[in-house]
Design a protein around this ligand. Structure first.
Ligand SMILES: Cc1cc2nc3c(=O)[nH]c(=O)nc-3n(C[C@H](O)[C@H](O)[C@H](O)COP(=O)(O)OP(=O)(O)OC[C@H]3O[C@@H](n4cnc5c(N)ncnc54)[C@H](O)[C@@H]3O)c2cc1C
Length: 332
C-alpha cells in the first residue's frame, strides 16, 4: 500500500476543500469496507484519504419538503431500523439481502452508491476497461459476471451498487457537494452513473473535490408499491448476478406508472423503459410480469460466458414485479 495523508473534516465545506487538494488525487472514506481493499491491493493510490465519518450533517434520516433526506453515512442497519424508511419496501429488501451483520453495521448508503466495480480485471490492475496492450481482456476472457446490456463499448464491467436500481426506480436524487466548498447540486440518481469510454473516466459524474452528501427520496403515495429482487449464488455475503428494482403505481388494479431498473447487468444501473411500457395499462399477473421480464432483456448482448445472465435478469424483473403486486394485495 502506498502511503497517504489522512484527513478528517468536520463539515461538508471542509471535506470539499480537502478533497480538491493534491490535484484531486484524493479518496473518500465512509464505512471503509471496500476502500480498504482498494488501497491494500493498490488499485487506487491516493495522496490523501478524506474520512467523512465526523461530518454530522451526513448522518441520519429526516423529513423535508418533497420527501425524505437520507444522509450518505446512513448504514444499511439504520435503513432496516429507521421507521421513516419503513414504507420504502424495496430499500429494506436490498439492505436485508446483504447477508452480513458486519457489513450492514459498517457499510453506508453513500459507499454502496459509489462502490467501484468488482470486475476482477479492474481489481487486478487492468483498469476500468480491463485492457492490456489496447486489447480488451474481458471480451474473450473470463466474463461470466460481466455485462449483458450496454456492453458494446469498451466498458464491460457491471455497476456494483445494490441500492441504485431500487433508488432510481423510486426517482431518488443525490445531493452532490463541491468542488467549491459552498457548492452543492441535486441530481437525479438516474443521471449520476456514466459508462467510461477511456480508462481515465470514472463510473459516476463526480469530479475531483465532489462527494455525495445525501439521497432524497420522494414522498410516499397511495397505491404505490416498490420491490427489489436480487439473484444471489450464496446464502451468505455475495454480489447479485442480476437484480431488479421496481416501483409501480396502480389505480383500480391497473398499472398507471411503472419504473423498472436492473442492476449488475450493465456498466450503469439499467433503466428499462420497455419493461415499464409492458406493464402500464395492464393488471399485474404472472403473464404481464413475465412480459416485463422479456422486454427488459430483449436487447441483451451477452458475452462469451454469460448468456445465463439473460435468463436470470429476466426472472429478477418478473419476480420483483410480482413482489410489488403482493405488497399491493397486502400479502407479505
Ligand atoms: C470482504 C468484503 C466483502 C464484501 N462483499 C460484499 C458483497 O458480497 N456484497 C455486498 O453487497 N457488499 C459487500 N461488501 C460491502 C461493500 O463494501 C458495501 O457495498 C458497502 O455498502 C460499502 O460502504 P462503505 O461505507 O463501507 O464504503 P467505503 O469502502 O468507505 O467506500 C466505497 C467506495 O465509495 C466511495 N465513497 C464512499 N462514500 C462516498 C460518498 N459519500 N461520496 C462519494 N464517494 C463515496 C469510496 O471512495 C469508495 O470508492 C463487502 C465488504 C467486504 C469488506
Amino acid at each position: 500500500m502506498s502511503s497517504f495523508e489522512y484527513a478528517s473534516p468536520n463539515t461538508e465545506a471542509e471535506a470539499a476543500e480537502m478533497l480538491a487538494a493534491h490535484g484531486g488525487q484524493t479518496a473518500i472514506l465512509a464505512g471503509g469496507t471496500d476502500l480498504h481493499n482498494l488501497l491494500r491491493a493498490g488499485v487506487i493510490a491516493p495522496r490523501r484519504v478524506v474520512d467523512l465519518k465526523n461530518i454530522s450533517s451526513l448522518q441520519g434520516v429526516s423529513m423535508v419538503s418533497g420527501g425524505l433526506l437520507v444522509g450518505a453515512l446512513t448504514t444499511l442497519d439504520e435503513i432496516l431500523r429507521n421507521p421513516l424508511l419503513a414504507p420504502y419496501q424495496s430499500l429494506l429488501q436490498v439492505a436485508d439481502a446483504v447477508h452480513s451483520i458486519q457489513i450492514q453495521v459498517q457499510g453506508t448508503l453513500g459507499g454502496d452508491l459509489c462502490h467501484l466495480p468488482n470486475c476482477w480485471y479492474y481489481r487486478n490492475g487492468y483498469g476500468l476497461l480491463g485492457k492490456e496492450k489496447g486489447e480488451s481482456l474481458v471480451a474473450g476472457g473470463r466474463n461470466q459476471f460481466h455485462a449483458i446490456l450496454g456492453n458494446q463499448g469498451s466498458a464491460k464491467y457491471v455497476s456494483a451498487s445494490r441500492f441504485a436500481p431500487s433508488l432510481i426506480a423510486w426517482g431518488a436524487q443525490v445531493r452532490i457537494v463541491g468542488p467549491d466548498p459552498d457548492q452543492s447540486a441535486m441530481v437525479p440518481l438516474e443521471y449520476f452513473y456514466v459508462t467510461p469510454k477511456s480508462p481515465n473516466q470514472g463510473v459516476t459524474i463526480l469530479q475531483p473535490g465532489q462527494f455525495v452528501s445525501h439521497i432524497l427520496l420522494p414522498e410516499i403515495r397511495d397505491e404505490l408499491a416498490s420491490a427489489s429482487y436480487e439473484v444471489l449464488q450464496l446464502e451468505g455475503l455475495d454480489w447479485p448476478l442480476a437484480s431488479a428494482g421496481v416501483c409501480l403505481t396502480t389505480s383500480a388494479g391497473i398499472v398507471r406508472e411503472a419504473r423498472v431498473v436492473l442492476g449488475h447487468v450493465a456498466p450503469t444501473p439499467w433503466v428499462s423503459h420497455d419493461a415499464s411500457l409492458a406493464l402500464v395499462g395492464q393488471s399485474i399477473t404472472e403473464e404481464s410480469a413475465a412480459a416485463a421480464g422479456e422486454a427488459a432483456v430483449a436487447s441483451a448482448t451477452p458475452l462469451s460466458e454469460n448468456e445465463y445472465k439473460v435468463t436470470i435478469a429476466r426472472t429478477a424483473v418478473k419476480r420483483a414485479v410480482l413482489r410489488a403486486m403482493h405488497q399491493l394485495q397486502g400479502v407479505s
